[in-house]
Design a protein around this ligand. Sequence first.
Ligand SMILES: [Zn+2]
Length: 528
Amino acid sequence: MKIIHIIMMVLFLSIMTGCSTPLALEDLVEATVYFPESDENLIAVDTLTREDGLDDVFIHLVDQPVKAQSIKPDLIYLLDLDTLRGIMQFDLSFDLTNKEARAQNINGTYVIPFEWVDMYLEKLPILNHFSYLMPSTPRLVINDTTIDYAYNQDWKLHPTDNVTYDIKDQTTHHETYYTETDAIDISIEFNRRTPNQLLLAIDNGKEETTYTLDNMHNLPVPDQSGHYTYTLMAVWDDASLGYTGKINYIFGLDLHLEESLHLNKTTFEPGDSIGVLIEQPFGLDYRIETPVFKNTIGIFNYEDALVALVPIDSRTTPGTYSLSLYEASTNTLIETTQYQIVEKIFETQQLSVSASTASLRSDENAKKDAEKFKNAKTYSVGEKLWDGPFVQPVEGRISTEYSVIRYVNSGTESSRHTAIDIAAPQGTPIKAAHNGIVTFSSDLIISGNVVVLDHGLGLFTTYVHMHKIYVEDGQEVKKGDIIGEVGTTGYSTGPHLHFAVSKSGVNLNPWKFMAEDPLVFPTWNKTP
Ligand SMILES: [Zn+2]
């Protein structure tokens, strides 16, 4: 009833504008378009106008646009107009080229404007009809494998001068990444309609690099392992061919090139540290193992590579050692390299301290200090804050060298000196050995006033027995900044700076860090 009502209203409006009609529309009740061999309605026709210029005839056919996709240009459908005087029947045909539908019977031919075609006709019949104007489907090949790609297209068909079909289409973006480890040859082939312009954007999630391609073979491939999204932008801009368009073809490439292992050098001393670099890393799924350090070795992003710093305890036995790189999740050995640890003789020192000073070093005080100090070296930033050699924090006589084996008051108790002691007058300024963040700045019973600097990647420097502290926790310092003054606070026999460098709980030889940055790799051909 609703349909009839709308039709009658339209007819009423037509009559009011003074139309006449050979269709006797004033008594039209309903119009139905259907496929010749089916009872189902095919399409709703909004307006029927006469071809002969008498545009005063309107028939609104309102219905659900069911099965619109069934429209085929080479078929003739039937249009029934149900009128009060009986059913009038028309042959209905579709001219997709001119975007028209025609209703024809012995009384004449009526043209249905195709505004509703764009609305109701789905793309399929148009695409099928104009397949000769549609882009070709390219073949994308990586190392002889044809790959899947997502696409989005903005295509215009111009089958005649005054008709344009806009076809915007896209596939759901899929995350298919092709993992390649070998030489990469990527090419794209168009079997026809080679684009006038082909651009390529390669995105690694951080930055996008774009190329204008003059060749569809050997597409650019990054020289670093990584997770890349390729977007190929093809442009056809010659309208005289009956079409113009832009289509993006999108696919992913996981480039997993062979990793290589670099050490900063091949010969080390006890108290040294081993700089390790993993070139061409793919993700972070790595583990480094070497017998000189049994605990987990932290691995950090550094430029396009990964680095680690392996501490060598001063008690390590000289010899030849191996260092192995594993893929952590699969426990697969990737590469093993070897290095030497040569012998280093550390001095011994007899130390006399007074009973009152010695009493400070009781177990109870050590426990209190440990409680206060426990978080000083717990957290380290995952970024290398230093660059280049460290500076000596204070100039002066070296009263005790690194790793000197100490005998206190001629007793049997011996220990390794974990730092270098630099004797200097009280009040002498102390420089930060390198850029860092203050993680501790307080007084301890045994060590006196202490500052700890985090230099990143788990590397710390510690300044002990200070007279005054100028910095506070969390403060950023630059190499050479004055962080306090030399003193003799805590368990100390005179004004000096006890200066320690440590990594992962191992006290290292500070002179090594003042001589060179262990994370500099002469064998690494860093790409600029
Ligand atoms: Zn000392």
